[in-house]
Design a protein around this ligand. Structure first.
Ligand SMILES: *Cc1c(COP(=O)(O)O)cnc(C)c1O
Length: 411
């Protein structure tokens, strides 16, 4: 299990610890469900990007988990922020990230968002024919243009973004028109952007996208006499969710892409999942354990409200019992959440020692697109989040209370 747990995770005397702290002690102090982030893993991933692409600007895909403390840790490693809403921009600003290190994306930016991006000095990634005019009107100065390279990535259809029918980006013909229009309006068109998709498990799709990007740039030079000084090749590298799953290491993914780019351009990378995914482990308390038609259900005190990825993407996870980590699995169990939906199943078939009420279930690789996509479905407040390192745990997001849910009720 070590290979999908955070770097600082240890199993010692049958107990799981992360960042030098016993998982049971974290659960006792902060309650469950609890999302635990390992600072060492986040920093190691950021450093792997810096090493694989020296001189590149790395911006964190904030949507993977928008959190001020995590953004600050990344900023200390030189990482900026990729944002797509006023809310994400506010998180990046609260973390002290300067506008020069912020990219503002979105397929439907409001005037308010364009103005806020302009005031911050962020680079806006143009994504529609009417955006040069709207961006210029709101005071935006520097822009990139998002190209749809027409690459169909082998990933879940909800997270493919560079195919011809994508709602994101502009096909080459229209991207050229947007570059021309933006320049006429006095915008500084720094370069071109693409993002192939998410949870990518191979590099060849991205290599193809880079080739299309370079062909596009040649066309732009021929037809517009314009050359990019910045090329942004997006994010998308996947992580391992289960031991039988394999994805490239950061260097194996990034190096061939960067090597294919001209040496004289500023390269931008936008990883989200691969920076924070492995760093997160979710701890749940086991409640009811029951047999039903040949299946043994293990019910936990969270579920699709803190991690909807199984429902959205058919995501698969593995788990371990943090308090009985040395015991060998003796069966296959279905880990279900507490929500009123039969589909609220976190793990269809988890190999575990027979769980009992009160056990602490740990689910690795839950740092990206989990709580970030969470809800308060069934009136369940969202869990707390801690950041652990060298035997110290810091609360980086408070547990919501039922009173927080009632705060917005009227009448
Ligand atoms: C989501 C997104 C990212 C980050 O993607 P990951 O798969 O988490 O690395 C980067 N850039 C853009 C434009 C995105 O939409």
């Amino acid at each position: 299990m070590q290979e999908i747990l955070p770097l600082s995770a240890r199993i010692d005397g049958g107990r799981l610890s992360v960042g030098g702290i016993d998982a049971e002690a974290l659960a006792a102090e902060h309650g469950t469900p609890l999302l635990v982030y390992c600072e060492e893993t986040i920093r190691a991933q950021a450093r792997a990007y810096a090493k694989a692409a020296p001189g590149a600007l790395v911006v964190y895909g904030t949507k993977a988990f928008a959190n001020v403390a995590v953004l600050r840790v990344l900023a200390e490693e030189g990482v900026g922020a990729d944002v797509s809403t006023l809310g994400e921009l506010a998180f990046a600003q609260a973390a002290g990230i300067a506008g020069q290190r912020i990219l503002f994306h979105g397929n439907n930016k409001s005037d308010e968002e364009l103005r806020a991006a302009a005031e911050t000095g962020a680079t806006v990634v143009l994504d529609a024919a009417d955006e040069p005019e709207r961006a210029a009107a709101q005071g935006v100065r520097q822009v990139l243009v998002r190209l749809t390279p027409g690459v169909d990535a082998h990933t879940h259809q909800s997270i493919r973004t560079a195919h011809d029918e994508s709602k994101f980006g502009l096909p080459p013909e229209r991207a050229l028109a947007v570059i021309a229009d933006a320049r006429e309006r006095g915008l500084d068109v720094a370069g071109v952007h693409f993002h192939v998709g998410s949870q990518l498990a191979r590099v060849d799709e991205s290599v193809l996208a880079v080739q299309r990007l370079l062909a596009f740039c040649e066309r732009a030079e021929d037809e517009l006499g314009w050359r990019p000084r910045t090329l942004d090749i997006g994010g998308g590298l996947g992580i391992r969710y289960t031991r039988d799953e394999h994805v490239p290491e950061i260097d194996a993914f990034v190096e061939p892409l960067v090597a294919a780019l001209p040496g004289d351009v500023q390269v931008i990378l936008e990883p989200g999942r691969s920076l924070v995914g492995r760093a997160g482990v979710t701890l749940y308390r086991v409640g009811v354990v029951k047999d039903s038609g040949g299946v043994t259900y293990v019910a936990i005190d969270g579920g699709m409200s803190d991690n909807p990825r199984p429902q959205l993407y058919g995501a698969r996870y593995e788990a371990l019992l943090a308090n009985r980590a040395a015991e060998l699995p003796d069966g296959i169990f279905r880990v279900a959440g507490k929500h009123c939906e039969s589909g609220d199943v976190l793990i269809q078939a988890a190999e575990l020692p027979h769980p009992r009420r009160g056990d602490l279930l740990a689910v690795p690789a839950t740092g990206a697109y989990t709580l970030a996509m969470g809800s308060t479905y069934n009136g369940v407040p969202r869990p707390a989040v801690v950041l652990v390192r060298d035997g110290a745990a810091r609360l980086i997001r408070s547990r919501e209370a039922v009173d927080d849910l009632l705060r917005y009720e009227e009448g």
